[in-house]
Write a protein that binds this ligand. Structure first.
Ligand SMILES: Nc1ncnc2c1ncn2[C@@H]1O[C@H](COP(=O)(O)OP(=O)(O)O)[C@@H](O)[C@H]1O
Ligand SMILES: O=C(OP(=O)(O)O)[C@H](O)COP(=O)(O)O
Length: 408
C-alpha cells in the first residue's frame, strides 16, 4: 500500500486552499527555553513547501502530556517562537485550538501564511479512547479548512497515536504523507527489511510502560536488549531487588518477569545494569554515589535514594555490546542527562554508538536532544529519528494508526 505524497498535493495545486498539517513540535523545554530545536527544524521543510506553493497552512501539534485542559506550561508558544525565528514565511500561534481565536485567525489567513493552533492536547477529545469524542474534535479541526481542505501528516513522532489530529482528521480530508514521515519510514523500512546481526536495542527514558510494551515484540527480533533509564528499576524489582525511591512501575513487574522468562527461548539476551548512580534527591546538585544495582537501598540515602543514571561498569558493559553489534537502535536516555552529574551513562552510550561499525539509529525527542546537548553531531550517527515510541513500534512490526490511515 502506498500513501499520497506532499509533492502530489502540491502538483494538484494548493494556492488559496487550507492545508491542515500535523507536525511534531514536542520539544524539550527548560522553563520557556527550547533546549533542543531538532523537531522544529525537522518540521520546517514541509511548512515551507506549502507556504511557497501559496497554501493557507493550519498546523496542529502537541507539547507534553497535559490533562485535556489548557495549562500555560504546555503552551506551544516557545516552540512556535522558534519556528517563526527559523522560517522565512509568516508564522503565528492561535490563542486556542478550535475556539473563537483559532476560527478568527484561520478565517483571516492569507495565501502562504502559517497558523499554528494551540496544543491539541488542551482538548481532552484529542486523545480520547471514545471514537465519537475524537470524531467530534476532528470535525471541529476540519471545519477550519473550509470546503476544499487537505491534510498532511508530518508528525512522525506521533504516528503511533490514534489521536484525533493524527488519525481521525485523515479519515475526513484528502490526506498526504509529509516529507519527514516519508524519510523516517524509508530508513526504518530498510532497517527492518535487512537487519544486520547482531542487532542490539538500547532502551531507557522515562516513558516506562510505553517502552516496556514494545519489548514483547522485540523478543526474538533483537539479539540483545540493553536496559537503562527509568525502566531499569522495574527490571531490578522484577529480579527481587529493592530500588528505594527510584522510578518504578510496580504493576509492570509481572510483565517484566514474563519477558525475563521468555527471553532465552526467544534468543534475546537482556543486559541489566550492574551499578547505578543514586542521588539524595531529584536535583542537579544532589549528593550522589555509585552503588551495586542490587544494593540501591544500602546507599547512604537509604530508602529515599533515587537512581538517576547507570553506573560506569554498566556503561562499559553496554559499550562493549554496542561495539560488537552490526545494527544498533537506541531509544531513551540512560539517566537524567539534563543534570550534568547524571549524564555520564548517556554520554558513554552515545560515544559507543559513534565508535561502532554498526548502522546506528537514535530515536526519540529526548534521546536526540541528549546526543546534541552532550556535544555530538547528527552526522556521527546513521540516522537520528524524531520519533522514539513511533520508531520502536515500527521496528516491532506493529501497524501504526497514523501511517495506515494514509494508505490508499
Ligand atoms: N533514572 C531515571 N529516572 C527518571 N527519569 C529518567 C531516568 N533516566 C532517564 N530519565 C529521563 O527520561 C527522559 C526521556 O524519556 P523518554 O521521553 O522516554 O525518551 P525519548 O523522548 O527519547 O523517547 C529524560 O528527560 C530523562 O531525564
Ligand atoms: O515525544 C514524543 O515521543 P518520544 O518521546 O517517544 O520520542 C512524541 O512527540 C509523542 O509524544 P507522546 O509519547 O506524548 O504521545
Amino acid at each position: 500500500m502506498t500513501s499520497h505524497t506532499l509533492n502530489e498535493l502540491i502538483a494538484e495545486g494548493v494556492r488559496g486552499r487550507y492545508v491542515l498539517v500535523r507536525s511534531d513540535l514536542n520539544v524539550p523545554l527548560d522553563g520557556s527555553t527550547v533546549t533542543d530545536d531538532g523537531r522544529v527544524k525537522a518540521s520546517l521543510p514541509v511548512l515551507k513547501k506549502l507556504s511557497d506553493a501559496g497554501a493557507r497552512v493550519l498546523v496542529t501539534a502537541h507539547l507534553g502530556r497535559p490533562k485535556g485542559t489548557p495549562e500555560d506550561k504546555y503552551s506551544l508558544k516557545p516552540a512556535v517562537a522558534r519556528l517563526a525565528e527559523l522560517a522565512d514565511f509568516p508564522v503565528t500561534l492561535a490563542a486556542d485550538t478550535v475556539g473563537t481565536a483559532a476560527k478568527e485567525a484561520a478565517a483571516g489567513l492569507q495565501d502562504g501564511e502559517v497558523l499554528v493552533l494551540e496544543n491539541v492536547r488542551f482538548d481532552a477529545r484529542e486523545t480520547s479512547k471514545d471514537d465519537a469524542e475524537r470524531a467530534a474534535f476532528a470535525d471541529e479541526l476540519v471545519s477550519l479548512t473550509g470546503d476544499n481542505g487537505a491534510f498532511v501528516d508530518d508528525a512522525f513522532g506521533a504516528v503511533h497515536r490514534k489521536h484525533a489530529s493524527v488519525y481521525d482528521v485523515a479519515t475526513r480530508l484528502p490526506s498526504y504523507q509529509g516529507d519527514l514521515v516519508h524519510t523516517e519510514v524509508e530508513v526504518l523500512r530498510k532497517l527492518t527489511a535487512d537487519t544486520q546481526r547482531p542487532y542490539v536495542v538500547v532502551l531507557g527514558g522515562s516513558k516506562v510502560s510505553d517502552k516496556l510494551a514494545v519489548i514483547d515484540n522485540l523478543l526474538g527480533k533483537a539479539d540483545t536488549i540493553l536496559v537503562g533509564g527509568g525502566m531499569l528499576f522495574t527490571f531490578l524489582a522484577a529480579a527481587g531487588h529493592k530500588v528505594a525511591g527510584s522510578l518504578l512501575e510496580e504493576d509492570q513487574i509481572p510483565v517484566v518477569q514474563d519477558y525475563l522468562k521468555r527471553a532465552s527461548d526467544a534468543g534475546t539476551t537482556f543486559v541489566i545494569p550492574v551499578d547505578v548512580v543514586v542521588a539524595s534527591r531529584f536535583a542537579a546538585d544532589a549528593e550522589n554515589e555509585t552503588v551495586a544495582a542490587d544494593a540501591i537501598e544500602a546507599s547512604s540515602f537509604g530508602a529515599s535514594g533515587i537512581g538517576l543514571d547507570i553506573g560506569p561498569e554498566s556503561a562499559a558493559l553496554f559499550a562493549e555490546q554496542i561495539k560488537g553489534a552490526r545494527t544498533v537502535f537506541w531509544n531513551g536516555p540512560m539517566g537524567v542527562f539534563e543534570f550534568e552529574a547524571f549524564a555520564a551513562g548517556t554520554r558513554a552510550i552515545a560515544q559507543a554508538l559513534t565508535e561502532t561499525e554498526a548502522f546506528t539509529v537514535v530515536g526519540g525527542g529526548d534521546s536526540a536532544a541528549a546526543v546534541r546537548t552532550l556535544g555530538f553531531d547528527d552526522a556521527q550517527f546513521g540516522h537520528i529519528s524524531t520519533g522514539g515510541g513511533a520508531s520502536l513500534e515500527y521496528l516491532e512490526g506493529k501497524e501504526l494508526p497514523g501511517l495506515s490511515v494514509l494508505d490508499r
